[in-house]
Design a protein around this ligand. Structure first.
Ligand SMILES: [Fe+2]
Ligand SMILES: [Fe+2]
Length: 470
């Protein structure tokens, strides 16, 4: 059944009405969620009419409707991709056996941990972004921010459903904790560091949706392979929604590049100071933002060598993104050569899966860079944007804390510290970017540091009033 039942308090396609206990438990959690949204979701704008999409089916074609919604009235619900009949486990030591419809006792705490860690990032990002609305560069962008926010809220619902439905009392407690931890909170921070960094400007927001939501995509892809079928189906549908978040990042950065190139051509200069004086983001500054957010997102994949990654794979809990593209799905007799600070090292492939995932993530990241660099090339400039080395700014794994620059070159510590502000935004850079963040809310108008998008949402013109402020 792919249709979604909207007549119930909690829209769902999991037959919630047939399980009264579960339904009651989730209806009990629902007001806590709304309360969290009101207090830690977008600051202000809760009474505005926002042109949002809402899922109406989990079919790949035509799965959403669009219309004006006040955010607190958004129909957050529980949507799983359709079951694949007779689905089998696709990797690991239990490959070929039927996928699990319930949680096997021996994997209960590991699966719960995986679900909680994924779930924690969803409300965390809403909290990180809660002040951005005040400085939106356009109504189009404001709407996109809120679309991302409500869908991250829905992803929280997706994980809370799994916790409630399959993990009993522990699961219900974890669901409460997901609303009790807060991004950047000194006592109860979010689980992963990246999700405690405040996102206080829109350049960071574009970078976050480009790099960090893409990490989300890769995590969801690997969980979509899971032998635990309800988790797999949940993640498959989340990926459908996630695509838009990365679109916001990729087109957002592309629009910044476009505007900067216009300013460079108008002024006939590549001088960062003159570009900044004209109210645009010079490309070297953009590169620093890419360095910061890419390196921070790379940490989310964990250590290159990881026994957890090995057992999660061997046990069928978490596969590789797009597992079916590989030939060997068991990986018991393969090694991977890893570059470590101590030299090349052969590691059992099972233990190196975080690195395998990080590599495929980086390939995906390259796509946007190629596009942006083509824009720069077409405008006739030699500058090229690039991704930082995976050894730059590691806070986990074998390169942790080493003074390696974005090109991968090792420096003396003192030299590295002195030059760090050349590679990631300095306080002055951040202050400059903050100074650009002036709120623009006239339909069709854009802030001066970002070009308009090529098209509007759902075939509407760019000038459409995507958010009606009350
Ligand atoms: Fe998400
Ligand atoms: Fe997302």
């Amino acid at each position: 059944m792919s249709g979604i039942n909207y007549s119930e308090k909690i829209p769902n396609n999991v037959n919630l009405a047939n399980d009264r206990t579960l339904q009651r438990a989730l209806e009990h959690w629902q007001p806590h969620f709304i309360d969290w949204w009101q207090h830690l979701g977008p600051s202000d704008f809760q009474r505005a009419d926002v042109y949002l999409r809402t899922a109406t089916s989990v079919d790949a074609e035509g799965w959403a409707t669009y219309g004006a919604v006040k955010m607190p009235e958004y129909r957050w619900g529980i949507f799983l991709a359709d079951a694949q009949p007779e689905r089998k486990i696709g990797f690991g030591d239990n490959m070929g056996q039927p996928a699990w419809q319930q949680v096997p006792g021996e994997f209960r705490s590991t699966l719960r941990r995986l679900i909680v860690t994924q779930g924690d990032t969803e409300p965390a990002s809403v909290e990180q972004q809660r002040l951005l609305g005040h400085t939106c560069p356009s109504l189009y962008d404001l709407r996109n921010l809120f679309q991302v926010n409500v869908e991250e809220g829905r992803h929280l619902w997706a994980m809370v459903y799994l916790l409630h439905a399959y993990f009993g009392r522990d699961g219900r407690e974890e669901a409460e904790e997901l609303l009790a931890r807060h991004s950047g909170d000194a006592d109860k921070p979010r689980i992963l560091t990246t999700f405690n960094e405040p996102i206080s400007d829109w350049l960071s927001f574009y970078c976050f949706t480009y790099f960090t939501d893409r990490d989300g995509k890769y995590q969801l892809k690997s969980l979509a392979e899971s032998a635990f079928d309800p988790l797999s189906r949940t993640c498959r549908f989340m990926l459908t929604e996630e695509a838009h978040h990365m679109f916001v990042g990729e087109t957002g950065i592309g629009r910044v590049v476009k505007r900067t190139l216009e300013v460079m051509q108008e002024l006939g200069t590549e001088d960062p100071a003159r570009i900044r004086a004209a109210g645009a983001v010079d490309l070297a500054l953009l590169q620093k933002y890419l360095n910061f957010w890419c390196s921070s997102s790379l940490d989310l994949f964990g250590s290159e060598i990881s026994s957890n990654a090995a057992s999660n794979f061997a046990n069928g809990l978490k596969g590789r993104p797009d597992e079916s593209q590989y030939e060997d799905h068991v990986l018991r007799n393969v090694q991977l050569k890893l570059d470590t600070p101590q030299g090349a090292q052969d590691v059992p492939m099972l233990n190196a899966l975080n690195e395998v995932m990080r590599e495929s993530y980086l390939k995906d990241c390259e796509i946007g860079l190629k596009r942006w660099n083509r824009q720069i090339e077409r405008a006739g400039y030699a500058f090229r944007l690039s991704l930082p080395s995976t050894r730059f700014r590691r806070s986990i794994g074998s390169w942790v804390g080493l003074p390696v620059d974005p090109q991968g070159k090792l420096h003396a510590r003192e030299e590295f510290d002195k030059r760090l502000a050349e590679w990631i935004p300095s306080e002055a850079d951040r202050a400059f970017v903050r100074s650009l963040m002036q709120r623009v809310v006239e339909p069709g108008k854009m802030a001066g540091w970002v070009a308009p998008p090529e098209r509007g949402i759902n075939n509407l013109p760019v000038e459409y009033e995507y958010v009606k402020l009350s």
